[in-house]
Design a protein around this ligand. Structure first.
Ligand code: AHR
Length: 649
């Protein structure tokens, strides 16, 4: 199938590499480079657990940025399916006039199939015949990812006053002009109606350089709206997600999804906030809205789809509610003005968690999901420290009072991002964001070691080491891994963390924000070095931090020593971001006798080394078995290397 096998591929790569390395008898020290630093002493005592590791430490955060949803995760293949118009017209739709066809297209504000979509695209054909067809074409989101022997499901709303003959839908290869799949739709004269079609490919080679054409071969007029085409989706959900991207996320072992953003929650203006009530129900009733990242959002991936995405990945939503501040700098005054927004947040929580006897729980049931979703925490706003008016404490208090009163069971998250507001706001959890260069991220590693434990818990709701573009390079992966050792060590305080942004469509012009974890185009995805580091850390998290000490290591060496207490495994993460090898003498208290450890290594030749859509596996994890004779182990971590070691005890 189109996207299958991505998750199992990671395991496959590891197994294969493991096998090869073990068969060849390669020990970790052989991987070490010649230039070596002084030996460091690392002591770990697995019988002394000094602090708990939060089971919810690692989660996901995305938003509509870099075409993460439209043109990304959301499986819709047709770009601007609802003919949203701007100063350029209705890009990227174009007119098709084959041979001698005479036709024009116009944006028609006077007719559409619904209140939310009261406009349409009118195709007027003065002259057309077989071989001289007229119609509309759509390039997709930088192409259409086609796979062999695959059926794509299409639908559209159309209206015509007089019969214009059948509508032909063709998927056409841009380079050769060959028709890769074709269908006919028998549109009938009359008012707006919904039609369906299927496109099925034969045994073609996978490709992305394709476009779609809708043509007629008779004169007349036809109006179009909500023209859709989707590939098979994850779990076969109608209106669902791309399986390859879902598999990538699943392989990160996330525990939550922070939704719906980011700046996407706030919008540039109050009007352009994520107004969740306009994102639910039939697609025909969703007007879409202007996102803050400079493009229109269809809202096909609306609140219910966010929640179903959580369900599909078996993670919990961390629901961020709009709190009256928008990125352009406007805020809603506390008191009467803010009340409707507070009510909207209360309704939103009811839509997520209420049973079918509640007003919004019933609405969710009508939308196709009778069962409530789990929820434990609600975030009030996003990055409200940017609101220079200082209105956040008041707005937070108004939301918090109402939410606490109605839903005392949920933890509330403030978005101060630093301690400035904490004394005024008193949240359960504080959301702090870090975007840093590799050097600065490494310098942040001890930020929380001495932080007071008496304040709110910390949610690092957005973080990333940023230098690579479009996706993190190996230097970023080292910064990220260093930072993760810090979050794990301080996970009694840092209870949740989510890298951001998660997704980027790497096609030219699709990206707004460089350094995003997972790259993709219309056909495939790839994992950045940071993606591998994060997946490995999350897959070997543990539930407690073992007592440890280190001396003599280079300044760019970082580690985390957690244990899974039930399974009796030490998870040792070693990060050598320096350009010289780091020899270690390990003293392991509580680990006696001979053991075989599993060592997974991620190495880059330079900070700039990276993966890309054309070289997706240049950097990837390599697994090998390591024999450890007793509680003393001499081991060298090669330069520019991240290691995750599982040592049973
Ligand atoms: O992740 C990109 C942006 O960074 C988010 O939208 C915003 O919250 C932060 O400033």
């Amino acid at each position: 199938m189109f996207y299958t096998g991505i998750a199992s591929r990671f395991t496959g790569i590891l197994r294969l590499c493991s096998l090869l390395l073990v068969m060849a008898g390669i020990a970790s020290s052989v991987l070490a480079q010649s230039s070596s630093g002084a030996e460091a002493q690392l002591n770990i005592n697995v019988t002394q657990i000094i602090s708990p590791v939060s089971p919810t430490l690692y989660g996901l955060m995305t938003e509509e940025i870099n075409h993460s949803y439209d043109g990304g995760l959301y499986a819709e293949m047709i770009q601007n399916r609802a003919f949203h118009a701007n100063w350029e017209g209705t890009p990227p739709w174009d007119l098709v006039r084959r041979g001698n066809a005479v036709a024009s297209r116009s944006f028609d504000k006077s007719t559409g199939p619904s209140e939310a979509l009261p406009y349409s695209m009118k195709l007027t054909v003065a002259s057309a015949s077989d071989g001289n067809e007229a119609g509309l074409s759509n390039p997709g989101y930088w192409g259409y990812g086609l796979r062999p022997n695959t059926t794509y499901s299409g639908s559209l709303y159309a209206r015509e006053d007089a019969d214009i003959g059948p509508l032909t839908v063709e998927m056409i290869n841009n380079a050769t002009g060959s028709v890769e799949a074709q269908a006919q739709v028998a549109v009938k004269p009359g008012p707006w109606a919904r039609y369906e079609y299927k496109l099925t490919t034969a045994a073609i080679s996978p490709s992305t350089a394709n476009h779609l054409e809708f043509t007629v071969s008779h004169p007349g007029a036809i109006w179009f709206q909500l023209v859709s085409l989707t590939p098979p989706t994850f779990n076969n959900r109608p209106n669902g997600n791309r399986p390859d991207l879902m598999n990538r996320m699943a392989a990160m072992h996330p525990k939550f999804l922070r939704l719906p953003g980011g700046n996407y929650l706030e919008g540039m203006t109050v009007e352009d906030r994520f107004d969740w009530k306009k994102t639910i129900g039939p697609l025909l009733d969703r007007p879409g809205h202007q996102g803050p990242w400079f493009y229109w959002s269809t809202d096909g991936l609306g609140l219910l789809e966010f929640l179903e995405w959580c369900e599909d990945l078996n993670v919990e939503p961390v629901l961020a509610v709009y709190a009256g501040y928008s990125l352009g700098g406007t805020h809603v005054a506390t008191g009467k003005d803010l009340e409707p927004y507070v009510q909207s947040a209360l309704d939103e929580v009811e839509y997520v968690t209420g049973d079918a006897s509640t007003q919004w729980g019933a609405e969710r049931a009508r939308d196709g999901h009778p069962a409530p979703f789990p929820l434990h925490s609600i975030e009030i706003g996003n990055e409200d420290y940017l609101d220079k008016s200082g209105s956040y404490p008041g707005r937070y208090a108004q939301f918090a009072e109402a939410l606490h009163k109605r839903y005392p069971q949920y933890k509330l998250i403030a978005t101060d991002g630093n301690s400035e507001y904490e004394t005024k706001v008193h949240p359960d959890i504080s959301d702090e964001h870090y975007y840093k260069s590799p050097a600065d991220m490494m310098d942040l590693v001890h930020r929380y070691d001495k932080e007071s434990r008496s304040g709110p818990k910390i949610f690092v709701g957005e973080w990333a080491t940023r230098s690579g573009t479009p996706t993190p390079n190996f230097g970023d992966a080292l910064g990220d891994a260093a930072w993760m050792t810090s979050m794990e060590r301080n996970s009694d305080l840092i209870i949740m963390a989510s890298y951001a942004p998660l997704l980027v469509n790497v096609s030219p012009g699709a990206m707004q924000w460089p350094t995003d974890l997972i790259g993709f185009d219309a056909g495939t995805t790839y994992a950045s070095p940071s993606y591998w580091a994060q997946s490995l850390f999350a897959a070997h998290l543990g539930d407690g931090t073992a007592e440890s000490s280190i001396s003599g290591a280079n300044q760019r060496f970082f580690y985390s020593s957690t244990v899974s207490s039930k399974e009796k495994v030490l998870h040792l993460k070693l990060v050598n971001a320096s350009s010289v090898d780091q020899p270690l003498s390990l003293s392991l208290t509580g680990i006696n006798g001979a053991h075989t450890a599993t060592l997974i290594s991620l190495h880059g030749a330079t900070f700039a080394a990276t993966n890309s859509i054309n070289a997706p596996e240049a950097i990837h994890p390599v697994e090998l078995a390591v024999s450890i004779a007793d509680s003393h182990w001499t081991h060298t971590v090669p330069a520019l290397t991240i290691e995750v070691i599982d040592l049973p005890f």
